[in-house]
Design a protein around this ligand. Structure first.
Ligand SMILES: *Cc1c(COP(=O)(O)O)cnc(C)c1O
Length: 366
């Protein structure tokens, strides 16, 4: 068969072990998953109420324009409904952007390590991928990224807070970058963790959208909103850009229940505020642990933390998994001596910290 040459070596996404797998493998009663940055508090009560009353209507196609959701999100963000592009998760928004703007003649610029789907989609489209290492603190080097842009470049990907570091782009840095980026480049700003940010010098991307029409923001219902299982993400951009991307989108890409669940979730901002507060307290638990044990970590604006154990991340990961705590090894994330841990509930954090303390003790004894 005539496969695209660039997909020859492409690997399928490797899902981690499921909670049931781990239970069985290690004969455990309880397993806690702190690996995919899901919300430990679930989602808003509004969503449960919606599902209780609407779970039985499956015969009809969903609304292909996601009108109710679109209008609610538009109102919440004070943008126009035509400035939104909905995807089956922001993963699909990334795919749509890639299909629309990348091909064999184009190049695309991104940080490394960062969210892997930018590169993955660029490879599928046959584009040249230019990766600029994060600095030692885990931040984007925007000046160096600018240097990688030329006439062939169609998309630059920025992730802020960045996955897997949790670092973010400062307001002044982003503005200087946007002032310098050539007009033919789409700047995608992935804000999957937007709701968790508390830093004063985080930019206001929706405000920047008014002055920089080449900007496209992506957000998701998968993280703080606690709806990862429903797959709803969206892009926010100027109408001309969204208008170009819309025809690439599959007509019924968000199912009926997902649209309803997301519509219910966005109405409960008190839940989001509470999750943001709890998340900060949770991060403090990890900061304290790191400081007590002299471990270096990246201060996070997201709901996860990257901790450097100075040994193979796989080793830490394996130990924690055997005790029922699933985290992400940094080996596959570009930080081989680290693990990335999703901030859980207070008790979950205490428990995994206890296991990590045990691990460190065993290391000392060995
Ligand atoms: C989790 C994540 C996404 C994907 O979110 P979905 O909306 O669930 O597809 C996108 N970007 C980053 C940086 C993420 O961490």
């Amino acid at each position: 068969m005539k496969w695209k040459s660039q997909i020859q070596n492409l690997k399928a996404y490797q899902p981690g072990k499921t909670m049931d797998d781990v239970k069985e493998l290690f004969n455990l009663e309880k397993v806690v998953k702190l690996a995919s940055n899901e919300n430990p508090f679930g989602c808003s009560r509004n969503v449960e109420n919606y599902l209780k009353n609407n779970a039985l209507s499956h015969a009809l196609y969903p609304d292909g324009y996601a009108k109710e959701l679109r209008f609610k999100v538009a109102e919440h963000l004070s943008v126009e409904p035509g400035q939104l592009l909905f995807g089956n998760g922001s993963d699909e928004v990334i795919e749509i952007i890639s299909r629309a703007l990348l091909d064999g003649g184009k190049s695309t610029v991104m940080a490394t390590p960062t969210f892997p789907q930018y590169k993955h989609n660029a490879i599928v489209e046959g584009s040249e991928v230019r990766e600029v290492p994060l600095d030692a603190e885990g931040k984007h080097q925007l000046a160096k990224m600018l240097e990688e842009i030329d006439d062939t470049t169609s998309v630059v990907w920025l992730c802020s807070p960045n996955n897997p570091t949790g670092e973010y782009i400062r307001n002044g840095e982003l503005i200087s970058f946007l002032d310098a980026v050539p007009a033919h480049v789409l700047v995608v700003l992935d804000e999957a963790y937007y709701e968790y940010v508390v830093a004063d010098d985080y930019y206001d991307s929706l405000e920047l959208l008014k002055s920089y029409p080449q900007l496209l923001i992506t957000r998701t219902f998968s993280k703080a909103y606690g709806l990862a299982g429903f797959r709803v993400g969206f892009g926010i951009g100027n109408k001309d850009i969204i208008g170009k991307l819309e025809p690439i989108r599959e007509p019924f890409n968000n199912n009926t229940l997902a649209q309803g669940a997301a519509s219910a979730a966005i109405e409960d901002q008190a839940f989001i505020d509470e999750c943001r507060r709890e998340n900060r307290k949770g991060l403090e638990q990890y900061y304290r642990f790191c400081e007590e044990h002299g471990l270096s970590y990246v201060p996070s604006q997201a709901n996860f933390i990257l901790i450097d154990f100075g040994v193979s991340g796989d080793e830490v990961f394996q130990y924690l998994m055997s005790k029922g705590y699933i985290v992400r090894s940094g080996e596959a994330l570009g930080y081989p001596h680290s693990v990335r841990i999703t901030v859980g509930s207070h008790d979950q954090n205490e428990e995994v910290i206890e296991k990590m303390t045990e691990f460190l003790l065993l290391q000392k004894q060995a």
